[in-house]
Design a protein around this ligand. Sequence first.
Ligand code: ZN
Length: 445
Amino acid sequence: MAAAPKAVEIRGYQVGFGDCFLLSFVYSDTDKRHVLIDFGTTELPTRGTPRKAAKASEHMPQVASHIAKVCGGSLTAVIATHRHADHISGFGTDGRTGKSGETIKAMNPKIVMQPWTEDPEAAKNATKATKESQRSPRSFTAGLTAMHNIAEAIFQLADSRPAWMSPALQKELRFLGMDNIKNKSAVDNLIAMGAAKGAAAVWAHHGSDSGLEKLLPGVKVHVLGPPDLTQTEKIRKMRTTDPDQFWHFLAGPKSLQTAEPLAKGFGNGHAGRSPAVPPEARWFRDRLERMRAEQLLQIVRTLDDQMNNTSLILLFEVFGKKLLFPGDAQIENWSYALEDAPDAARTRELLADVDVYKVGHHGSLNATPKKLLWEDFKRRNKTGSQRLVTLLSTMPGKHGKVANKTEVPRRPLLAALKAETALSSTTDLPFGKKPTFCYQIDVTP
Ligand SMILES: [Zn+2]
């Protein structure tokens, strides 16, 4: 076997709003080693007349089969960057994604890598993930679990659409709620794949061993994020305002009880619109309802950000080229690697000449730190083989709003990606009756 790959094929799969990337390290014509990074969707592009969103139960098994074909039925590793549905739903073995997770499981990945926050032992054993921290990772991971319950309550509330909820708010709450609901079947399958005979589960954090290097000779893998709790408190304390009520939900097992009355209290016939309100009091009622809507959105957005900040950030180095895959990591996760870690200066130096960048969080505004990362990329504005290659998996109109400059993908970032880099985006893949499943980029020395 060759001591190092002679090329890397990267495929970015069409999963609508979600991520699915396949890295194939080519050692020889007969020896390719495949690493799947994420496989999830929350919504697929539309097609047909009238236009309808494609069904995940039909499309995801087709993507899985395509991956199986490319991989010759065998995966070296599966990496799930974080627990959001748009990154892991395809690993599910139930009907929602047409059991696409069965196909992945049948490829017997030798390593299943997830962030440390997913380690079932971190939830059970407070000293497992951290030695020095005063804070217990147990309460942190319990908090992450509680989020799913809140997300579920908010999703159900949005689904029932009380009279005070505008269609726009309903759309946003449903989308964010759905992304944050626990995908039990996918989570279980990821754990089962890692526990299978001949496989290993890796729960990674900044600076930890990826376990991949012994399976991928000649490839160096740096785990840059997420930090664990000994390294930073930032991933639990967001820079943005944390609504008090949100932290109240995360206080402990009571959170489950708190989430329910919230949904009920906001439903029809409770605190919502009541025919008994006299006309002169209606302006006040409407105001209160608007406030509630804002708070709900704030809560669900904070949940979403918090989970993104548990995302793995991985840098692959091969034949002198650097490939950066940061999942959905947002600024709080990035800032440990780039500012606060003892090796931050070295990391920034390491990232300055990145050759391939998977655009963070589907092109959202705070997942590609401008000062600390983007402006340092030396290969921006270069030409030919020197030019920075960027990979985007996204679907406009799903997340955030143009009006408050939170749309995903964020337009100024998209414009910069188009102007300064060689951009490949899933939005450019034809998606008719016979969808084009992926774009392909070949990286060579
Ligand atoms: Zn995502």
